[in-house]
Every structure is written in C-alpha cells, then in structure tokens.
Design a protein around this ligand. Structure first.
Ligand code: GRF
Length: 202
C-alpha cells in the first residue's frame, strides 16, 4: 500500500496535532508527514511543527480578499506537499465548498461533543450548560454543513456531579487524543468506506 501524506490545519495549542504527528513519526501510523497550516500567527501548533522538522505556514486570511482566495492559497500548499488527508486539529475557521470539494471525504475534523448535539464553537461548554449526563467527542469527515459530515468514531465520557467546564473538557480531550489518531490510522490503511452518511470501518 502506498503511504499517504497527512497534513494539518490548526489554529491553537495543537495538542491533537501533536498526538497524531508523534504517532506518524514513531511509525504507529504508517503515513508521511505533510505540512501544517495555521490561520493564526500565534498558534502554538506552528512552533510544535517546527520542532518536528515539518514545514509550517501561517496563511493569514487578512491577506486575501475573500474566504475562497484564502483557501486557494492553502490548497496550493497542500497540493504541492502531496497531501492525501487533511486533519483539522482545532482549526477554527468555517471551510467553504471550495476546499471541501477539492478534498471530498479527505478532511477529518475532531469535535468536542457527541454530534449531532452541540455543533459549532464551545461544544464542551454547550453540553455542560445544557446539563447532559454524558458527553464526549466525535471524529467526522467535513462536509458543507457545520459539523454535519459523516461520523468516523465517537467516544462518550460521563459528566460528573462536581465537574466544571474545565474538568469535563479535560476528560473529553483525553478521548480526542485516542480517537483522532485511531481514525487517521484507519484512513491511512484504506479502511474507511463512506457511503452517504455512513462510514464503514472495513
Ligand atoms: C479541541 O477541543 C478540538 O476538539 C476542537 O478544538 C480543540 C483543539 O485543541 N476542535 P488542540 O489545539 O488540539 O489542543
């Protein structure tokens, strides 16, 4: 099987990116590391990518007249790097149909709630404030909706009596760090088959 090239989009601290990149470097995920792109100059993820010896780019949306032009610049970099899979690891911008169409079923996102509940920003806080007894995280392919794409894996965690938003978020993050690399590994082994809304693990 040809090794796939995995690139990343991240806006922040980059803990999910770190976990996946480490597994690729250590050979637990048989893939090639591509590039990392951030929309935020201050993103810790950019620094970490440098430590891993990866090419990383700050592609500033402000330098482009619109969303699509910004994505065109990203797609050029991703394509030049031979990207097969994009991992959105805490990438906080809504993607347009342009990049989604160019990488149909090849962009994976991690969301910190059990979709279809609590899509959009602050999934952990939304669930905590709502008073659910179980929350968790979801890895899914990105489609044109907000957190609506076909679901690859989910993990549930309990909401405990004395939880705060922070303790719940930390419990969810531990599961994110488990199911995101696992989903990337399955993709890289050609074991994810998408049919409509369903993702079959083969
Ligand atoms: C995670 O909670 C993820 O679910 C959400 O953004 C956060 C990113 O965290 N999409 P990190 O940058 O991976 O540490």
């Amino acid at each position: 099987m040809n090794k796939k090239t995995v690139s990343f989009l991240a806006s922040g601290r980059g803990s999910n990116f770190t976990v996946v990149a480490k597994k690729i470097i250590e050979g637990d995920i048989k893939a090639r590391l591509g590039i990392l792109i951030s929309d935020k100059e201050s993103a810790k993820a950019l620094e970490i990518a440098g430590d891993f010896g990866m090419k990383s780019y700050h592609v500033n949306p402000r330098n482009y007249p619109g969303r699509q032009e910004h994505e065109e610049a990203m797609v050029r970099l991703l394509t030049d790097a031979g990207t097969d899979l994009i991992v959105a690891a805490g990438y906080m911008r809504i993607m347009t149909p342009y990049i989604i169409g160019r990488f149909r079923n090849r962009i994976i996102n991690i969301h910190p709630a059990l979709l279809p509940s609590f899509p959009g920003v602050h999934g952990q806080k939304q669930a905590f404030d709502y008073g659910v007894k179980v929350s968790g995280c979801t890895v899914h392919f990105i489609d044109e909706g907000t957190d609506t794409g076909p679901i690859i894996m989910q993990a549930a965690v309990p909401v405990l009596e004395d939880d705060t938003e922070d303790t719940l978020s930390a419990r969810i993050l531990r599961e994110e760090h488990r199911i995101l690399p696992e989903s990337v590994r399955l993709f890289c082994e050609d074991r994810l088959k998408v049919s409509g809304r369903k993702v079959k693990i083969i």
